[in-house]
Ligand binder design. Sequence first.
Ligand code: IMP
Length: 207
Amino acid sequence: MSENESNDKSCLLVATFNQGKLKEIQSYLTFLPIRLLSLKIFPNVDPMVEKGKTFKENAGDKAAYYSRFTKFLTMADDSGLVVDALDGKPGVYSARYLSEQASDRDRFCQILTELKDIPDSKRTAKFECCIALAREGIVREMVQGTLEGVISREPRGKNGFGYDPIFQVVQNGPTLAELSSDEKNQISHRGQALRKMVEKLSLRVST
Ligand code: IMP
């Protein structure tokens, strides 16, 4: 990528290695007159180590870091599951819960084990998502979304990613993994944040 291309207002780097997130983010941005870039075309950029204590801090750090190294307008998402009965765990450690090597299934099964003796009325949780936009190492925009719900008793559904199979928006309702991607996007934490970010991006590309 040349210096000129990196100054091009119509290019946006979506800075995530998570394929589930990438798919959801891309589905919102395809309607904008923007060329989407992925981290795959920057094999020399090392993944950033997340050190923040909040989703907002991590989203801002990631967007600033990747925009500094790639010189492109960069969007980064930090998100996770916050379980009330586990004092907010796994929170910002959602992607690393148990260990970096654990699978999504290992992680959601661990949550179900930890909640084994917790009654239905105390299985409340939420998904949070912060999305930051940065250029030249400086955060320019920050948006967020929250989806409240309840942790199921067993995993259900094959769609989505991460903790979707154990997250129900209402008690005994479908899990997010039982919804279609359109149904999930309409209500999800990421869908809410992306709608706000798309508004901000539309203004940027039209001015
Ligand atoms: P991050 O890459 O540090 O933001 O980690 C986000 C992690 O939170 C993901 O790897 C998932 O485990 C979890 N997560 C975030 N959003 C969702 C979602 O929409 N569905 C299911 N799990 C999610």
